[in-house]
Ligand binder design. Structure first.
Ligand SMILES: NC(=O)c1ccc[n+]([C@@H]2O[C@H](COP(=O)([O-])OP(=O)(O)OC[C@H]3O[C@@H](n4cnc5c(N)ncnc54)[C@H](OP(=O)(O)O)[C@@H]3O)[C@@H](O)[C@H]2O)c1
Length: 222
């Protein structure tokens, strides 16, 4: 088995990705916004990685230099902005773009060389159907929608740019998931969502690179 690196393992879907991949026998590098939230799991390496902190990227890149990463999971994200037009929290809008859009680009820019020497060479970008402009029938959530639409644009370019290096890139909507980000009313658990995403990624063909899919592998409109 190879190595998986996951961002945002402090809670929710990221934590579940780390646990399920460790259960499947992968060497997991679990990264956290705050290392105090680390999983109590001796099978994994636990590292600090706030995806807005470029110095932390540098430190982790130095540690992992030359080491293959088979599956890179860009999961860290911050949730919905609920304030309405006329009462927007622009500091939070900027923060969403920093965490949800720029952070994943920095992640891939930092670890593309590690992915390229991996065996599986899969990049999973946890996006959201809220970023699908064609599916937006309810408005609002300016920052979150823009951050995920921008993330999808980045993912598509990454797929094209990394194709010659054999890296397959997918943007995934995890479903509406019962996490801090998703709410207690959500219909599926993080275990179900991550289990389905892992199944999809296992079946993934290189021809599917650059696509935007549900957690079950159904294509989504942009
Ligand atoms: N749950 C859903 O229904 C749903 C739907 C669509 C998309 N998503 C996406 O799924 C991903 C995971 O969300 P979730 O549902 O598992 O919610 P979550 O429990 O809030 O998880 C998000 C994780 O990202 C971490 N994070 C926040 N800022 C970070 C930073 N600057 N650097 C590194 N990590 C950071 C959070 O850590 P702290 O909590 O410690 O800040 C948290 O562990 C997100 O990208 C989200 O947009 C979720």
């Amino acid at each position: 088995m190879g190595t998986v690196l996951v961002t945002g393992c402090d809670s929710g879907i990221g934590r579940e990705f780390a646990t399920q991949y460790a259960d499947a026998g992968y060497a997991v590098v679990a990264t956290y916004r705050d290392l105090a939230n680390r999983l109590d799991d001796a099978r994994m390496r636990h590292r600090a990685l706030d995806v807005t902190d470029f110095a932390q990227f540098g430190a982790l890149a130095a540690e992992l230099a030359g080491e293959p990463i088979d599956i890179l999971v860009s999961n860290a994200g911050i949730g919905l902005d609920v304030r309405k037009l006329g009462d927007l929290d622009f500091a939070y809008v900027h923060r969403m773009l920093a965490v949800n859009t720029v952070g994943p680009l920095k992640l891939v820019d930092t670890f593309a060389a590690n992915l390229a020497v991996g065996r599986e060479r899969r990049l999973l970008i946890v996006s959201s159907s809220m970023g699908a402009i064609g599916m937006n029938l309810t408005g609002g959530h300016y920052g979150y929608r823009a951050s995920k639409a921008g993330l999808n644009a980045i993912g598509r370019s990454l797929a094209l740019d990394l194709f010659p290096r054999g890296i397959t890139v997918v943007m995934l909507h995890p479903g509406w998931v019962r996490t801090a980000g998703g709410s207690e009313d959500a219909p599926i658990t993080a275990a179900e969502s991550v289990g389905a995403m892992r199944d999809f990624v296992r079946r993934l063909g290189n021809h599917q690179t650059g696509g935007f899919y549900t957690y079950a592998g159904q294509p989504l409109p942009w």
